[in-house]
Design a binder for this molecule. Structure first.
Ligand SMILES: Cc1ncc(COP(=O)(O)O)c(C=O)c1O
Length: 343
């Protein structure tokens, strides 16, 4: 049977043979008792990679983000965020439920905010104003099309945060892609974040796992909230082994995903039926427009040729590159796009 070329998301990857082997050999212990040797090491390793004090392994990016917001806020606080952010659109309004916070969505440029607009959203201190306490940035910005925060912008927003006594949370589900695309050391991100949530289960190709990072003091609270949210796991060392393997083997190769996304964008830009600016493709996520708006027809065309993509708003389709997409799959996708004759 022909394998589907699955470009719906980078979350669809399955462990490679080498990753399964690493998982199979993992030593395990009860992590709620702090006794899983692999997880303890992974938390130290990832905190060191970002130059942060501590990390807490969590089952998902959503839990990482929500714990980050929980430890930085009090009920009735307000968090400034881009209107396309995952936290705002795809976490079931969990911030309201778990932390009692309000989100203040701003229209960024393809998911990226600038310091000026963030400054204008900081509330004054009247009794009737919500209290702005956190700025949340998503890097890379998924719904923005995998866009990266320029480090200067992060620095400016950080300075603004510090001068207004605000904290900075970064949703770094795909921070690895950002670091590779921008040629930056991961510490360049860690130094500006009070809390940073990262995922091993997206472009890095691990089956499960994320981490929330921050100061030792904040992470002590984070560990408690992880437990009360039901995220305390027991012998989860095999997940640490998968993440470790991904960190060793799957970071540098992200540049190939980025190159392939850009090549598909260039091919789509030549078609009269699609539109995309290849210069907007910075990492592994490609958003393109179907000129006549008929995404169903275009998705169906790709699907009939064994290629899965997903609709991503009116007239827009998302294609995401990852571990299981080689140049061969890319070539087939490009040819299929070139042969599209519209609806
Ligand atoms: C930017 C971003 N943040 C957070 C998440 C949440 O990750 P999870 O699905 O592991 O909860 C996702 C999921 O795709 C994401 O794209």
């Amino acid at each position: 049977m022909q394998q589907v070329i699955d470009l719906r998301s980078d979350t669809v990857t399955k462990p490679t043979g080498a990753m399964w082997q690493a998982m199979h050999k993992a030593p395990v212990g009860d992590d709620v008792f702090g006794e899983d040797p692999g997880l303890n090491k992974l938390e130290e390793r990832v905190a060191a990679l970002f130059g942060m004090e501590a990390g807490v392994f969590v089952p998902s990016g959503t839990m990482g983000n929500q714990i980050g917001l929980k430890v930085l806020t009090q009920p009735a606080d307000e968090v400034v965020i881009d209107e396309n952010a995952h936290i705002f659109n795809s976490e079931g309004a969990a911030g309201g439920l778990i932390s009692g916070i309000q989100l203040r969505p701003l229209p960024g440029t393809r998911g990226i905010l600038n310091a000026e607009q963030v400054a204008s959203a900081i509330r004054s201190k009247n009794d009737w104003d919500p209290r702005t306490t956190v700025i949340a940035l998503e890097n890379t910005a998924n719904m923005g099309g995998g866009t990266c925060y320029p480090v200067e912008t992060i620095r400016e927003i950080y300075k603004l945060a510090r001068s207004n006594d605000l904290a900075l949370h970064m949703d770094g589900a795909r921070i690895w892609n950002a670091a590779v695309a921008c040629g930056l050391d991961l510490k360049e991100y860690g130094r500006y974040c009070d809390t940073l949530s990262v995922c091993f289960s997206k472009g890095l190709g691990a089956p499960v796992g994320s981490m929330i990072l921050g100061s030792s003091k904040l992470m002590k609270h984070a560990r408690r909230y992880r437990k009360l949210l039901g995220g305390g796991m027991r012998q989860a060392g095999m997940l640490a082994a998968a993440a470790d393997h991904a960190l060793d083997e799957h970071i540098d190769r992200l540049a190939d995903d980025h190159r392939r996304a850009r090549l598909l964008a260039e091919a789509l830009a030549e078609s009269p039926f699609f539109s995309v600016n290849p210069d907007h493709v910075e990492t592994n996520i490609l958003l393109f427009r179907v000129r006549n708006g008929d995404t169903d027809h275009a998705l169906n065309w790709f699907s009939q040729h064994g290629i899965a993509m997903i609709p991503f708003g009116p007239g827009i389709i998302r294609a995401t590159f990852h571990l299981h997409i080689s140049d061969k799959e890319l070539d087939k996708t490009i040819n299929t796009a070139r042969n599209y004759t519209g609806s």
